[in-house]
Design a protein around this ligand. Sequence first.
Ligand code: ATP
Ligand code: MG
Length: 206
Amino acid sequence: MEWVNDTREGTEQVYLLLRRAGTGKSTIAHTIAGRLGGLGRRGSSFCCSTAFADRANCLFSTVAKDLADLNDDFKEALWKHVGHKSALLFNDGPAEQVKHLLLEPSCSMRLVTNVLILIVGLDEIGKPSVSKAFLDILSKQLKQLPPQVRVLLTARPEKDIYRAFDGAESVHIRELATVERTFKRSCGGSSSSLWGTSVMKNATGS
Ligand SMILES: Nc1ncnc2c1ncn2[C@@H]1O[C@H](COP(=O)(O)OP(=O)(O)OP(=O)(O)O)[C@@H](O)[C@H]1O
Ligand SMILES: [Mg+2]
């Protein structure tokens, strides 16, 4: 995947994929994650869902657990920062959680290759009262992760997503409609399965 593999300075830490419902965002994201998983480079996958009450509260603990499984430096640092306080953290707000479970321990990570954290369906992160805090963190704070940790986010193009990510630093925003238009223009075709394949090929470098 070009962006995940790109080690040049200044490459955006976060890639936000936007497109309407049912147009293949999750399929693309899971395909990329599956391929990176086979290479030992999938940091974490998390699917947001309003079908489960309070699911967003598990976001940072799930990512932290997955990164600890992947990387011993992170595991040791996580234990140092959180240790026996993990149950307390679960009751903390998202700002405390991201700090103690993700940002602080990640400073100790030594990575030889870039790894990917995947967070799918940001539009389903929770009720408006909950989502604002999470979207603020995801749009503003992930740039503090080590440069080798990349984060792929997917969402439907909704107002609160645009508002949160508007002008965000170190976030590459890609609306798939743009890719589709480009593809149609250059090939004169209009197959959704073709543009999906094209995006996936570019993304996974296959
Ligand atoms: N490139 C493709 N060609 C044909 N069908 C596809 C392609 N990509 C996805 N699909 C199918 O389209 C359906 C919707 O895909 P998917 O769930 O990935 O969409 P989504 O954009 O994540 O939707 P939502 O916004 O509701 O989460 C699925 O049944 C999937 O199998
Ligand atoms: Mg989806």
